[in-house]
Ligand binder design. Sequence first.
Ligand code: GCV
Length: 721
Amino acid sequence: MRRKICYVIALLGLLHLVQAKADNGYRLWLRYERVTDNALYNNYRQSVKQLIFPANSPTLKAAKAELQTGLLQMLNLQPAEVSSATTSGTLVAGTALTSKTVAGYQAQLKAIGDEGYFIKSVAANGKSSIIIGANTGKGVLYGVFNLLKLIQTNGSLQQLNVIESPKIKLRLLNHWDNLDRTVERGYAGSSIWKWHKLPQYIDPRYIDYARANASIGINGTVVNNVNANALSLTKDYLIKVAALANTFRPYGIKLYLTARFSAPVEIGGLKTADPLDAGVQKWWKDKVDEIYTYIPDFGGFLVKANSEGQPGPQTYGRNHADGANMLADVLKPYNGIVMWRAFVYDDKVPDDRAKQAYNEFKPLDGQFKSNVIVQVKNGAIDFQPREPFHPLFGAMPKTPLAMEYQITQEYLGFSNYLVYLAPLFKETLDSDTYAKGKGSTVAKVIDGQLEGHSLTAIAGVSNIGSDVNWTGHPFGQANWYAYGRLAWNPNLSSDAIADEWLRMTFTNDASFINPVKQIMLNSRETAVNFMTPLGLHHMMSMGGHYGPGPWVSNAGRPDWTSVYYHKADSAGIGFNRSSTGSNAVAQYYPEVRNRFDKIETTPQELLLWFHHVSWNYTMPSGKTLWMELVDHYYAGVDSVRSMQKTWNLMHGKIDNSRFEEVKQLLQIQEQSAVTWRNSCLLYFQTFSKQPILAGYEQPDHDLAYYKNIQYLFAPGTHGVQ
Ligand code: GCV
């Protein structure tokens, strides 16, 4: 009997251990696990054992609650609440209005603006304390998250002198979520917005969503799809939206909506949506007045107009500025803004789709009202694994431009692939437009420095869904995180962001962080290599955009096909956008234009974006273009295999649940990489007529086999192209 009891106890203990290790990823990077390093644990406990944190607003209350939760979980500590520092180890948090101590730091308060904060170690009368100070509750909240991050990442709490403020004013998520809870290009389940239960039921997930966003400085969210449904603007939905806005407000997150341009017709019963029509203008004014009765701090509208079938001002013979300004006028009294998207290509068949946004928008520079910001995708086509920076950056000096990134991996293997996007985001931010000479980076265009704009914004198309881990792939969380961190400060490095994310999300164990960080940092180039190396683009299967489809040649319009973009023929491959071709290079400033105009000076990774190159062209490596292409595809697959090997060595260093999940997803990625490689090379071989040399792992099937693979019911499509 005793042996039996011992056995059961041992089993329960084992079960507990296994359960303690299980992690479903729901807590994201806000896990607040107990600090395991004893010295640090004791040191942290000594540093914050007392608390002075009067919280008289919802945001300060949220900040204080977060701090208390974090300290309790990580340090098993409930700091004593005091009104003055009676001992060393006091944490003071507040604004100049709530804390006399904070008010004493005028220089810091002046430097940090509305959303910034400082964290400072001070010693007075032999007692040391830490001060988190800000001008607003939101700043204090951001400061609290930073202090918690220091503890989560095993940082030092000694001699702190942090001064932080965001470089970009509006840092938004864009949800492509539909009212039926499907998500366009969403790969993590359904929409987290439970419209049918709002406004009464506030899913606790909404609060965790707000906490996670606030922890990385995101301060706005557009909750509905840019392929908009006018019903979002009806009273029934506005009440629901207001409930979300109320939930997010304490976390410093403003709510925005997409506006369907034809709403006056669809839900207003008008005959027209012409922006110059007085009746239409009145309809929008009344609608905006109504919105502000429900959401007094409503942020404004995001609009996709005259693009991919969406209605817009051109439907009525007006231009984008006419449409945007009409909405801007009615939002202005409330300090609302219009984010007008430049993702347009509605002309029948342009000579080069890459040129169209520039051609339509550049002439409008200077014509937009001051509360309009034009939202431009990072590249001119559509969130490809690699694109050169969009030529509109730097080309509209009189107009504030917002950056639009895609966090959800529409063209990067959905939530099946591990692709860390910070290097992609950075590549665009760091690109030099030469708009005002050397050093005119895209980052300086969007943070307003280059032209002195004060309205600045950045948007990331969200990868969030109802999956328990929010983003489908555990490493998809890193892309949400990295987007927020770069929105706060575009100068941060991909490495530093990966480092802090890994520590918070998994472990501080260096034998995990270093190799896995390398996986992350290489992962984007790996995906480019096995999908679209050397500047190739838009070669995915139709509809779902998941697997390869370099052969796609019939898709409703030429610029939805793959052959339009790679232009492979017996002579070579690539889109001639040089001055001898579509001349898209002319949209860049001379320094950039000249570099991209010649094969020899075009960076190798963009070669086939700008040039049609002979199969036998000698690359800088000495190989022919064909062999270089072959090697890139093989390198891509090899890298996925080394990612797998490295990951397998991580067994036991983190919880088994996430370890196994990533391991299995990497298996999918490896098979998919092989499919991409074999499909593309077998297809291009029909033009190059050159071999994949013996010694290379030969394709296991013929081209017909790969062409026949169907990617049925791809998530995130719901009838869209
Ligand atoms: C929201 C691409 C996507 C569409 C998306 C569009 C856009 O074309 O495939 O699903 O629509 O971009 O950014 O508006």
